[in-house]
Design a protein around this ligand. Structure first.
Ligand SMILES: [Zn+2]
Length: 80
């Protein structure tokens, strides 16, 4: 039983790679992909410098930079 398992793990694949090496490679690749996905997903959720705002003077609504403190329609300052 153990003999056949050991034999299977050392069964040569293409290019001289054995089964346990291929399995280890797949595990490392999946781990890297998981990590990359987690890193890439975070900044896509919400733009860090943009925010929804409503102008209290003219009622304009929209996405505007957080550094922009003036309404793009009536040029009056937003009250934060
Ligand atoms: Zn306005």
């Amino acid at each position: 039983m153990m003999d056949s398992l050991t034999h299977l793990l050392h069964y040569p694949l293409y290019g001289g790679v054995v089964v346990w090496q291929a399995a280890a490679g797949v595990i490392v690749l999946l781990g890297t992909l998981k990590l990359l996905r987690r890193v890439l997903r975070r900044p896509a959720r919400e733009h860090p410098f943009m925010g929804a705002r409503t102008c209290p003077a003219c009622g304009w609504r929209g996405q505007v930079s957080r550094f922009n403190e003036v309404c793009p329609r009536c040029a009056r300052p937003f009250t934060a």
